[in-house]
Design a protein around this ligand. Sequence first.
Ligand code: AMP
Ligand code: GLY
Length: 423
Amino acid sequence: MNILILGSGGREHALAWKLARSEKTDKIFIAPGNSGTSLEGENVNLDPGNFNQVAEFALRKEVGMVIVGPEAPLVNGIHDYFLKNNKYRSIPVVGPVKAAAMLEGSKDFAKDFMQRYCIPTARYRSFTGDSFDEACEYLQNMSKPYVLKADGLAAGKGVLILEDYREAVDELQKMFSGKFGDAGSRVVIEEFLSGIELSVFILTDGKDYKILPEAKDYKRIGEKDTGLNTGGMGAVSPVPFAGKSFMDKVEKRIIKPTLSGLRSEGIDYKGFIFFGLMNVKGDPYVIEYNVRMGDPEAEVVIPRIKSDLMELMLGVTEGNLGQRNLEITDETAVTVMLVSGGYPGSYEKGKYINNIDSVSGSLLFHAGARSENEKLVTAGGRVIAISSFGKDMESALDKSYRNAEKISFEGKYFRNDIGFDLK
Ligand code: AMP
Ligand code: GLY
C-alpha cells in the first residue's frame, strides 16, 4: 500500500522510518518532509493545510492511507474533508475528525469533556474578556502559582504559570487583548498540580486501543528544566515511575473514560491520543490531550515498537485493531535533540551539518534539516534527534551523547542532562 505522511519533523521521520520497514508498505510519500524522510520515501512539496491539494495528490498516487503528523490539519478538519467528499472518502485518514481534534484545539472543550466524563484533571473555570472582573476574582481565590491557558492552539506557547497575582492579572489582560491572537480570546484558569509529568500514548480504531510505550520529554531549553519552553529537547522511554499499578490507574481512570466519552458523543476516533499527565503522589491527572504523537516522544516510542506498525495502522483504518499484535522492546530508548544556537528564540538557519556519517550505534531522526546541493543544512530550531537503545537509561544516553559530540554545526546546542530526574 502507498502511504502519505503529512508533516516535516523528527516525529514524521520516525513514522516514515518505521513504516518503511513493513512488507505491507509500498511507496511512502512525505509532505513536505525533511532530509531524513527523503531517506525513507519521496518528499512531496504539498502544503498539509491545503486539503484539496493533499486529497488530489493522494488520489493521483493511489495512496491507501494518509497519516497526519501535526495537530493543525486535524483541528482544521482534514479528516472531515476526506469523509465529506465522495471522491476521497475511500482514502482512510489516521488522525481524528475535527470534533475530536478539539480535545487539543480548545483547552476549554477538553476541560469540559473531562468534567463530563469524570476524568481526573485540575479544577478550572474558563473566561472571556467580557468577564475580566470575574476572572480576576476567581484567580484571587486560587492558590499560587497561577496557571493561565489560552483556549486555542498557540504553538505550545499558550500556557503561563505565574507566581505573582498582579503579574497573573496583567498577563490575563494581555491574553484577552490579543497576546496569542484569537487563541487567547478565551482563557482557562486552573489549579496548579504538583508532581512529575509523563506522556502516555494510545492508538485507537474507535473501539479498541493499544497502549504504546510511555515517555517523558524535557521541554525546557536549560539544564535541570530551566529557561524557556521548547518543542522538546529530549525524551526517555520507559518512565521508571510508570509501573503497573500507576498505568492501571491511567487506563481505568483516563484512557477508558476518554474513549467511552468519545463514543457516547458519536465520535469514531481513529488515530493517536497523547495524554499529557501529571503524577500527583501516585495518582494520574490529565494536563492536556493532544490528538497526535508527541515530538520528540515519537523518536523513543516508535523505535520501541517491535511489531509491524503498518499492521497496527491498518488495524486502525480497517477497524480491527483488537486483532492486531503490539510487541514492545524492554530496552530503554532515549533521544537527545541537537538544536540551533538561540532556539527557542531567534536563530540562524542554513548552517552546514557535518560528520553525520561518523555516527554509529544510534538512530538519527532529522527535524529541522534539509539537503542543499547534496549537503545537509539546518532548517529549523530543532535540527536532529539522536535516539539510542540501552539495557538501561545510562547506557542509552552514553551512545546518544557520544554521537551528539561527533555531529557538528555552527551554534549547535543540546541538553546534557536528559533523564536527570529519573536517575
Ligand atoms: P500544556 O501546553 O497544556 O502542555 O502546558 C505546558 C506545560 O505547563 C505542561 O507541560 C506543564 O508542565 C505545565 N502545566 C500545565 N498545566 C498545569 C497545571 N495545572 N499544573 C502544573 N503544571 C501545569
Ligand atoms: N513534546 C510535546 C509535544 O509534542 O507536544
